[in-house]
Design a protein around this ligand. Structure first.
Ligand SMILES: NC(=O)C1=CN([C@@H]2O[C@H](COP(=O)(O)OP(=O)(O)OC[C@H]3O[C@@H](n4cnc5c(N)ncnc54)[C@H](OP(=O)(O)O)[C@@H]3O)[C@@H](O)[C@H]2O)C=CC1
Ligand SMILES: Cc1cn([C@H]2C[C@H](O)[C@@H](COP(=O)(O)OP(=O)(O)O[C@H]3O[C@@H](C)C(=O)[C@@H](O)[C@H]3O)O2)c(=O)[nH]c1=O
Length: 282
């Protein structure tokens, strides 16, 4: 079974590449920018013509949340037009599209875990572009899985965990926002979910919330990294106002994963368990 992976050099794509080594029955075609650019419909079209893919896993995205506020066109080209291009080609060639979205589609004013059909109202341009990307796929091609996930980290690429380790090794004290609450997710766990769904040829297409289990603030997350890495840096909890950023982020974006668990029957690890696993890989 041929599987196209776009944006394969990012965190999630790299985890899929690592997993692929143990999946002899799946033929992955890993691609990344600039060789395969999801904003270029013509060259993508050639790729889809050359190989009969059963699945396309779109790991390509614009993920620089703050920079997106000033690079709106670039962000939209990748997160909206790129998603539309893939949906069009998947429809034309009958390919199942697996796409990833974000907790940042929500504004975070609630304190109840967010369900798939809860109202979306992004606070940032990145969040808006990801929502528009979801809608483009949903409106174009029925055979899709969209997994909304949150706070991804991995031993590959750049992420909050690696930033905390780097800063924690050089600073005595770090101020970390404690009033933004969500759930960290190990990209390896999400990669395993995607492979499991593909291997079982599951056809329960649609939108699913998937993160690790549990709840954390960025402060809790950083404090856990410092504890597990035995770093002596002091984490100081601060309110959002004391760490101004160009993009607004939701105060609460914990997602309800009931639909995912009922549909796929896949157990979800707690974020602390997965964080320890990832730190062992680093
Ligand atoms: N990171 C996070 O915390 C979260 C991420 N998500 C979503 O999960 C998915 C995977 O995220 P993650 O692995 O962290 O993302 P990364 O930013 O690590 O990787 C994105 C990849 O896409 C590539 N890319 C950028 N532009 C294009 C393009 N035009 N054509 C093809 N590839 C391109 C990047 O290449 P290059 O490096 O050269 O730009 C990079 O390899 C994304 O959809 C993201 O929105 C959801 C929630 C949380
Ligand atoms: C570095 C640093 C960050 N922070 C805060 C800022 C921010 O609110 C929070 C996380 O910062 P980051 O910029 O690392 O992470 P951020 O880019 O906001 O992470 C988001 O990325 C996108 C792609 C998603 O889809 C989201 O799910 C989420 O993972 O931590 C501190 O409070 N202190 C610090 O020293």
């Amino acid at each position: 079974m041929n599987i196209l992976v776009t944006g394969a050099g990012g965190q999630l794509g790299s985890e899929l590449q690592a997993l692929a080594k143990t999946e002899a029955n799946l033929t992955f075609h890993f691609t990344d920018y600039p060789e395969v650019d999801i904003t270029n419909a013509d060259s993508l079209g050639e790729l889809f013509k050359a190989t009969a893919f059963a699945y396309c896993i779109n790991c390509a995205a614009y993920t620089a949340v703050d920079k997106a506020e000033e690079e709106k066109e670039k962000c939209d080209a990748i997160n909206v037009t790129g998603s539309q291009n893939l949906a069009d080609l998947c429809k034309a060639h009958d390919v199942v599209l697996v796409h990833i979205s974000t907790d940042f589609v929500f504004n975070g004013v609630t304190h109840l875990p967010l369900q798939e059909n809860d109202l979306t109202s992004p606070l940032s341009h990145y969040g808006l572009s990801k929502l528009n990307g979801e809608n483009a796929i949903r409106d174009t091609w029925e055979k899709h899985f969209i997994f909304r996930t949150s706070w991804l980290y991995s031993s590959y690429g750049a992420n909050f965990v690696k930033t905390m380790i780097r800063l924690g090794e050089t600073k005595d004290e770090l101020s970390i926002i404690a009033d933004q609450v969500g759930t960290p997710t190990y990209a390896r766990d999400l990669a395993e979910v995607i492979v499991a769904v593909i291997k079982t040829k599951n056809t329960a297409y649609g939108l699913y919330h998937y993160s690790n289990e549990g709840v954390a603030s960025w402060y809790d997350f950083a404090a856990a990294v410092f504890e597990y890495k035995s770093l002596s840096v002091v984490a100081k909890p601060i309110p959002t106002e004391e760490y101004p950023t160009p993009a607004k982020r939701p105060h609460f974006s914990v997602m309800d994963k009931t639909k995912f668990k009922k549909t796929f029957g896949i157990a979800i690890p707690h974020w602390r368990t997965s964080l320890k696993k990832c730190l062992e890989m680093l």
